[in-house]
Design a protein around this ligand. Structure first.
Ligand SMILES: [Ca+2]
Ligand SMILES: [Ca+2]
Length: 208
């Protein structure tokens, strides 16, 4: 193998993983607004299209440990870097305008655990299954009722434990009720500069 080929091979092996830190879908936006203004945005932060066949949403209402509403996805897939916006069928027209799919079953109102699942395994969740938080899950910055919640840009993966304590401040930023302007797009910064610098240092050391 000549030096150029070796360089390219080492480059792929060492730098490649930096761009693939997000490995599965997660919920990037949660809207619990006025009346029936309920919506979820699902984000594909991976570098591949993701087939939605094995995925579904399940809502556990009011602290129940038994699954309530389950929603399958109509679209076949979400493209790499793309989103899917699911909206309650009876939402206001200015929210419905963002919908890729509508459903009567998207009925959370702040005290309900919302799970994104793949073949029955939790891929992401909001809230804790089996825990009734009262009216909502809250923290210093906001809560899960009458607000729009957007995933922080440093979140690279979903919350796969739906039974542990849910600290809504940890991964979400809060916006006023009926804020819709973040829908249909999401960005995260999951290829961290620190990682890249380290990997480039390693790469240069190997190449020399
Ligand atoms: Ca409820
Ligand atoms: Ca968004």
């Amino acid at each position: 193998m000549n030096k150029a080929m070796l360089f390219v091979t080492v480059l792929i092996l060492t730098v490649g993983p930096v761009w693939a830190q997000t490995t599965d879908l997660f919920i990037s936006e949660y809207i619990e607004g006025n009346s029936n203004n309920k919506a979820l945005e699902i984000f594909n932060g991976t570098s591949d299209d993701i087939d939605l066949g094995p995925y579904s949403l399940t809502i556990y209402s009011n602290g129940s440990s038994t699954p309530g509403q389950t929603i399958a996805f109509d679209s076949a897939s979400i493209p790499a870097g793309g989103t899917l916006v699911l909206v309650n069928s009876f939402a206001a027209p200015d929210l419905l305008a963002f919908a890729n799919q509508t459903s009567n079953n998207l009925t959370f109102n702040g005290d309900d655990a919302v799970l994104l699942e793949k073949s029955g395994q939790v891929v992401d969740c909001i809230g804790t299954v089996g825990v009734d938080p009262g009216y909502f899950w809250s923290c210093d910055d906001g809560n899960t009722q009458n607000q729009t919640l957007r995933r922080k840009t440093d979140v690279c993966a979903g919350d796969t434990d739906s039974s542990d304590t849910f600290d809504v401040c940890q991964e979400w930023v809060f916006f006023a009720v009926d804020t819709f302007d973040g829908l249909n797009q999401h960005t995260n910064d999951c290829g961290s500069v620190g990682n890249k610098t380290n990997r480039w240092g390693t790469l240069k050391a190997i190449y020399r």
